[in-house]
Design a protein around this ligand. Structure first.
Ligand code: SF4
Length: 390
């Protein structure tokens, strides 16, 4: 059985991490905290809006509801898939609250007011794509869906079922719309439509996948007709990925581990005995440093590609305009024409020339003028330099 989150854990780490996830082992959730808090605040606001009769909440009401959510996250922690998660740091919860409130404000408060929208629904299906309990041993795919919307299109006389995933990472867009995770969510929603919307499920003509980037408010989406054969391809892929997912060994009741670079991004490394990042050995500091550096380089490559056209605020990784000083093409003539007539002795002239030359410039001069030897103008100086290693 796989879920959206276990698939992404498997992609990022190793099969053993799935054991820890299924067993509810304590995880280093710090990397997820901000996203968790943003989702929790939005869910709380949506629930309150529905409780009050699907009306938009005022700014003051949203502040009160979100403050209660922050308090719950930081004092008690939340229940997630039957496991209790420890309280999160206040700073992460407040950042999540800020992201969620700022997104809802930009929606002019009209968030979560649809009477047929649903949030944070955990859905599962079995190998025949029949809905089943998220705890059923027969389930092959599960996910907690951030938001489900059903809207009537008057032009076509059909309904559009939208599966919406909220992301708090800066780079979130087209790649996520085309991910198997989101396609799996669309299939989950369709297979549950007759239960969730008994009145309108027969008239669903389109299923839409939507990624909402909460930080940039950018929405990226893709649509398919419900009779599109591509949906069957998704189902086949889901089934084969689920079947191919590594299972626990019958004797050890464990999946294999494959420690390495993946441990640097594994939320279970503090409880994993096979981790390549043991926390308690002095000598491991160097290993940890190298692994983190390699991970940072890997992420930098991805971020650079994804943030090419995104403006990020100060403090966040990304591209910013920089000003660099360059030598004008005619600078040499200008300096000589301006300064040489003014020099008063050989010392001044030597200072001017030293300021003008560079190692690479001199190396090129030596090649051009054989009477100038490298030893007469260059010297080797030994110094200590920090190297990051691999
Ligand atoms: S710490 Fe490393 S070996 Fe252990 S589960 Fe995570 S990725 Fe696998």
């Amino acid at each position: 059985m796989l879920s959206s989150s276990s698939l992404s854990l498997l992609e990022q780490t190793c099969p053993r991490a799935l054991d820890f996830m299924e067993d509810g082992a304590p995880r280093d959730s710090s990397v997820f905290d901000v996203g968790t808090a943003a989702h929790y605040v939005m869910e709380s606001i949506q629930r309150e809006s529905v409780r009050l009769g699907c009306v938009p909440l005022s700014e003051e009401q949203r502040t009160i509801v979100s403050a209660k959510a922050v308090s719950a996250l930081t004092l008690k922690g939340r229940e997630f898939r039957g496991n209790h998660e420890p309280p999160m740091p206040l700073a992460s919860a407040l950042e999540g609250q800020r992201i969620a409130l700022s997104y809802i404000r930009r929606q002019h408060g009209r968030f979560g007011i649809s009477p047929v929208a649903m949030s944070e629904r955990e859905l599962s299906f079995d190998a025949n794509f029949q809905p089943c309990s998220p705890r059923s041993p027969n389930r092959i795919w599960s996910a907690i869906l951030d938001n489900l919307e059903m809207a009537y299109n008057e032009d076509t006389g059909q309904y559009v079922l939208t599966v919406c995933d909220y992301k708090t990472a800066w780079p979130a867009g087209q790649k996520e719309v085309e991910s198997l995770q989101l396609k799996g969510q669309a299939v989950l929603a369709l297979t549950h439509a007759h239960i969730l919307w008994p009145e309108s499920y027969e008239d669903i003509g389109v299923v839409k996948r939507k990624i909402v980037n909460l930080r940039t408010t950018k929405e990226t989406s893709a649509e398919n007709y419900t009779d599109d054969p591509e949906l069957n391809d998704w189902k086949e892929t889901i089934k084969s990925v689920s079947m191919a997912a590594p299972r626990r060994d019958k004797k050890t009741n464990q999946r294999p581990s494959s420690p390495g670079l993946c441990c640097a991004r594994c939320p279970y490394r503090s409880v994993c005995e096979d981790s390549a990042l043991p926390d308690d050995e002095e000598q491991s500091l160097s290993t940890r440093y190298r692994l983190h550096l390699a991970e940072a380089k890997r992420l930098e490559k991805i971020l650079k590609a994804q943030l090419k056209d995104v403006t990020v605020p100060p403090g966040e990784p990304g591209y910013r305009e920089t000003v660099k000083t360059e030598v004008l093409p005619d600078a040499g003539n200008t300096v000589l024409d301006t300064l040489l007539p003014q020099y008063s002795d050989d010392g001044d002239l030597a200072k001017i020339l030293t300021a003008l030359v560079s190692v690479s410039g001199l190396q090129s001069l030596v090649k051009t003028f054989p009477t100038l030897t490298p030893e007469s103008v260059l010297q080797e100086v030994t110094s200590s330099r920090w190297e990051s290693g691999e």
